[in-house]
Design a protein around this ligand. Structure first.
Ligand code: ACO
Length: 476
């Protein structure tokens, strides 16, 4: 049988972030930094974090279960499952294998794929793998499923306010409303020590903040030029910012996104693109002779290019920023949370539009690629995806913790990282119904998770154990 595989991409999406967060404004006061440093300087509003009840595994269990239920997908219809993460809980056992509990109980253990890790890039590696699988001769007609899940936590200091946590699940298949434009892709991969996690006894990274910013912007330049040249090769005309409706960036914090879009604008100016108007051209002219290195160090260029690009930023980037500003850096989920933001913001008006994506993972791995959007058929329509993700309600339902409580939680998590033989708090009142949570890590480091019962589920929650899976209560 000939399988149809046109317009392969994201067919459906769901997002989960912890219901616990801290306001950046209150973190400024608590940390004793100048007012505005985190909210204006970094451009962040709020930061989500996992309490002892949640981690990257529980968030993945929650979001995958929710996606399958919300779009009425039979777990037997998943043929490949890939997880992107940089939050290492086990150096051997993949998060994908924990997720298999959802599928095994339906008799489906025939699912390829494991985890991909390279800082914030793992989700993109997983996405491209799954799309390639659907487009390959190995495809058996079933869906792929990509999960990006991370808890971004930093030691006390300047990087701490750039944390966050979330999991995103994306169903992959043909006739997708968010279809990958496979030919237009530019990557840049290199060896650098900008952000890395060499200390296996700690969840915190070693970060060279300044270097990571420069590496990000350099990678962006390389990827944009390569994306443009592929576009020009296949389309026979120059690409410029005017050829895409939205630009979605990996978002460690919003200020870097503002700088990144300005950098693309400067690239268009250097490439002599017709999209740059005469006034902006004259303003940027004095910077045209800077070397690459000089241009990354020039504060004047940074400021002026942000000013001349501001009108385009407001239409092409600002609608992608809601979740990253409210939740913080979600590492592998960050880019896809920004995509979710524009689907939410432009609900029902995106058909026919192009979205350019920039994925960056320190170390480093980076790719620019693009999606072409189409309205899609229910339940896989763009408007239903926005309604399933229900971002406004999820943001509204969160519980704001004072900074003291956040710091106390970070201390407990430091102590628990890599630990065994403990049980977690019994109080799950802050978790929404249907959320999975950690109950225990036993003397063999096996982790036990339970699902908080839903409003409609009067029979009690569902237990998922870490060993040979056993599901205590039936699941619809
Ligand atoms: N009001 C308004 N703005 C202010 C204020 C204030 N009171 N105080 C400072 N600022 C501005 C600064 O001018 C600066 O703006 P600029 O970037 O336009 O120059 C900004 O706030 C940040 O201040 P810095 O002093 O530069 O911040 P610091 O060096 O203390 O930390 C950093 C910032 C490096 C981003 C740190 O949070 C970090 O290391 N984060 C983790 C690394 C990271 O996220 N890298 C990004 C790519 S890699 C990845 O995704 C993990």
């Amino acid at each position: 049988m000939e399988l149809q595989r046109k317009d392969v991409g994201i067919v459906a999406m769901d997002i989960y972030f912890p219901p616990t967060c801290v306001l950046q404004e209150s973190m400024e006061a608590y940390d004793g930094v100048s007012k505005g440093k985190y909210t204006i300087g970094l451009g962040q509003d709020c930061m989500a974090f996992c309490t002892e009840l949640e981690d990257v595994i529980s968030m993945s269990l929650t979001v995958v279960t929710s996606l399958l239920e919300n779009y009425h997908i039979d777990p037997r219809d998943i043929g490949r499952l890939e997880v992107g993460t940089e939050t290492v809980i086990d150096k051997s056992k993949s998060i994908k294998t924990w997720l298999m509990q959802i599928f095994e109980k339906c008799g489906n253990s025939d699912i390829e794929g494991v985890d991909s890790t390279n800082a914030c890039y793992g989700g993109t590696a997983a996405l491209l793998n799954c799309i390639n699988w659907v487009e390959s001769s190995s495809w058996d007609g079933r869906y792929g499923l990509v999960v990006s899940t991370d808890s971004a936590v930093y030691a006390e200091g300047p990087a701490r306010p750039t944390g966050g946590a979330a999991a995103i699940a994306m169903l992959i298949g043909p006739n997708a409303p968010i279809a990958l434009e496979g030919k237009f892709r530019g990557s840049h991969m290199a060896h650098v020590y900008d952000f890395y996690k060499p200390n296996l006894a700690s969840e915190y990274p070693v970060v060279d903040g300044r270097l990571s910013q420069t590496c990000y912007l350099m990678a962006l330049d390389f990827c944009y030029r390569r994306y443009c040249s592929k576009y020009e090769k296949f389309e026979g005309k120059q690409f410029s910012l005017s050829d895409a409706d939205y630009f979605v960036f990996h978002s460690p914090y919003n200020k870097l996104v503002q700088k990144s879009f300005a950098r693309l604008y400067f690239n268009d100016f250097l490439r002599n693109s017709s999209s740059i108007d005469k006034g902006a051209r004259e303003i940027l002219e004095p910077f045209s002779s800077l070397t690459g290195d000089e241009s990354y160090q020039s504060r004047d260029l940074e400021k002026i290019s942000q000013q001349v690009a501001k009108h385009l930023y407001d239409t092409k980037v600002q609608p992608t920023t809601l979740v990253p500003k409210q939740v913080g850096n979600m590492y592998t989920a960050s880019l896809y949370a920004a995509l979710a933001s524009v689907l939410h913001d432009k609900d029902g008006t995106l058909g026919g539009q192009r979205i350019v994506m920039f994925s960056y993972g320190s170390g480093l791995a980076s790719t620019m690629f693009s999606f072409r959007l189409q309205d899609g058929q229910h339940p896989f329509s763009l408007s239903n995806i926005a309604s399933v993700m229900n971002i406004s309600e999820k943001l509204k339902a969160r519980h704001v913790f004072p900074p003291e409580k956040f710091v106390e939680t970070m201390k407990l998590m430091e102590h628990r990282y890599g630990a065994k033989d403990f049980v977690t708090a019994k109080d799950t009142s802050l978790l929404p119904p249907g959320t999975f949570y950690l109950t225990e890590v036993d003397s063999m480091y096996r982790r036990y998770y339970t699902q908080k019962k839903g409003a409609e589920d009067a029979n009690g929650g569902e237990s998922i154990t870490s060993g040979n899976h056993s599901l205590a209560n039936g699941h619809k």
